[in-house]
Ligand binder design. Structure first.
Ligand SMILES: C[S@@+](CC[C@H](N)C(=O)[O-])C[C@H]1O[C@@H](n2cnc3c(N)ncnc32)[C@H](O)[C@@H]1O
Length: 197
């Protein structure tokens, strides 16, 4: 039986003061997560290299580094996170890329031009946003996406840690984004969405 949003309990992590465990996990992701998970997954986006990409909830920039590596034909990457701590970490990891900017803040409040991105990448972020704020956040992401632009979203779905697949679909559909592909495992949902013109 599939789980619904009401089956999940939400606890807001302290992203400004991450626990030692989170910091160690980030270091591990950077070392072995990149070749094993991030790189093959991000390669599957099929980027041409000239896109404007938003890494929403970039964290310490582990996935952003892979994205930057696929944007070598004039593409630009914006890394955005709500946490100063994680954006500082991402800035250090991405310092050598001239086509990357890192920003801290809430997408609903930042002055990002409407329709400015070809691609939005969301890797394990939405489930960490308070449920009441998720729809407005996805709406804001849809606004900064160009017509025909694509969203790649990957979220954990376990009851102990994650969010309901049905909720993800409802959030995106309500923001004018159509699911074009998806894959589910026991613990994750990976979806692709397109903004119709
Ligand atoms: C589990 S981490 C994933 C980080 C990164 N995507 C990765 O794969 O390493 C979740 C991230 O989402 C960020 N986050 C949570 N709420 C956010 C929001 N409303 N806007 C932007 N980032 C947010 C957190 O600060 C944290 O860095």
């Amino acid at each position: 039986m599939s789980l619904d949003a009401s089956d999940y309990k939400f606890k807001l992590p302290d992203f400004e003061h991450p626990s030692l465990l989170f910091v160690l996990e980030d270091g591990l992701k950077n070392l072995i997560g990149v070749p094993l998970f991030y790189k093959p997954y991000i390669k599957s986006y099929g980027l041409k290299g000239n896109e404007r990409v938003l890494d929403f909830g970039c964290g310490g920039g582990v996935g952003s580094r892979c994205l930057a590596g696929y944007l070598k034909r004039g593409g630009r990457l914006t890394c955005l996170d709500i946490s100063h701590y994680w954006v500082e970490k991402a800035k250090k990891r991405l310092a050598r890329y001239a086509n990357v900017e890192c920003r801290v803040g809430d997408i609903r409040e930042l002055d990002i031009a409407v329709a400015s991105f070809d691609v939005v990448s969301i890797f394990h972020v939405l489930h960490d946003i308070p449920p009441a704020e998720r729809q407005a956040t996805v709406q804001a992401l849809s606004q900064v996406l160009k017509a025909g632009g694509r969203v790649f979203v990957r979220e954990p779905t376990r009851k102990s840690h994650g969010m309901a697949v049905g909720e993800i679909r409802r959030l995106f559909a309500a923001a004018g984004l159509s699911e074009t592909e998806y894959r589910e495992t026991k613990s994750e949902y990976m979806g692709r969405y397109e903004k119709l013109g």
